[in-house]
Design a protein around this ligand. Sequence first.
Ligand SMILES: NC(=O)c1ccc[n+]([C@@H]2O[C@H](COP(=O)([O-])OP(=O)(O)OC[C@H]3O[C@@H](n4cnc5c(N)ncnc54)[C@H](OP(=O)(O)O)[C@@H]3O)[C@@H](O)[C@H]2O)c1
Length: 342
Amino acid sequence: MKMKSPINIGVVGATGMVGESFLNLIEKRNFPFGDVRLFASERSLGQTRKVGDKEFPIEELSEERFHGLDVVFFSSGDDISKEWAPKAAQAGAFAIDNSAAFRMSSRHELIVPEINGARIPANPTIIANPNCSTIQLVMALNALKNFGLQSVQVASYQSVSGAGMAGQKELADQLLEDLKKDNPIEDASKTSSTFGKTPAFNCVPKVGSFDEDGFCSEEVKIVNETKKILELPDLRVSAFTVRIPSWNSHAEAVWVELEANVQRDDLIAALRDHAGIRVKEELTAFETPRELSGVNEVSVSRVQKDFYGTNRWRMWVVADNLLKGAALNGIQIAEYLLSRDS
Ligand SMILES: NC(=O)c1ccc[n+]([C@@H]2O[C@H](COP(=O)([O-])OP(=O)(O)OC[C@H]3O[C@@H](n4cnc5c(N)ncnc54)[C@H](OP(=O)(O)O)[C@@H]3O)[C@@H](O)[C@H]2O)c1
């Protein structure tokens, strides 16, 4: 099916953090949109959102409302996607899904356009957007893929926006509450309804939920999705995910074992030449989550050989989880569809 401009779009979860990013990006990138239909929970009915110079109502999900749409972005969680993304595809739209519902399904593609855009199917179906922590990791790894990836270890430092609007609100409220006390960390085991233990003046080694083996769901996503996107089923990937009190953007400390014995200049050149990556070349320069908030690229810095092992390298990878980690990657998938068919 050929995708023709203007594109009629739907956004499911339009009032959430990722949904809002979608709406901003559609304007910012001059995405050629025609009709726009916005969906959220019944709590938001009666509200509107502006896209371009037009105001659109928030509507309730229904199969009929998908008719005539070319692309529907889903960012309302796994359950909503499981139920409604197949209906959007059935109605003739490409359903670009930010949830985890279809990522590891063998019938669905998991897409980062700079890496595997060519795998985007020709006809309307569900296309999965990877997990935010996975996207920034695979961008850096893909740049190094030609040197032979042997193993990867990653430790994440994830912002509260990764848990949506509720995550940011809770951190802000708890920080203000703690600062009113003489000792802000007086309540050592303070809890959080969003994160379990509070991330306020803290860090929490749990992102998502634990499985029976003690791995966090975020860790399992990073491991499995990385292998699928890079098409390296035997790659040894290990992930340890941590929530920190940063507002937006995730950071990752990454160790990579390569097959080839390469020079630092070769690694830097490969990273610099990869679409969507920006590199800090000096050994001691780096960028932080705060600096990457609102930035489209993935930042890679502190690229250096590790203390031990000739082919083992370390790097610091930072990206905006709401942009490249979610909405931007989704829009890029739609842009890929358009450019392929034009
Ligand atoms: N935040 C990130 O960094 C990030 C990155 C990658 C992927 N994701 C994924 O994207 C999805 C949304 O995340 P978020 O951070 O944007 O969360 P969020 O800020 O909590 O937003 C959730 C959205 O889902 C809507 N929603 C809830 N129940 C609904 C229902 N029954 N029917 C229709 N819409 C409903 C909400 O509408 P109301 O406002 O009406 O409640 C809101 O628009 C999740 O699957 C998440 O895993 C998030």
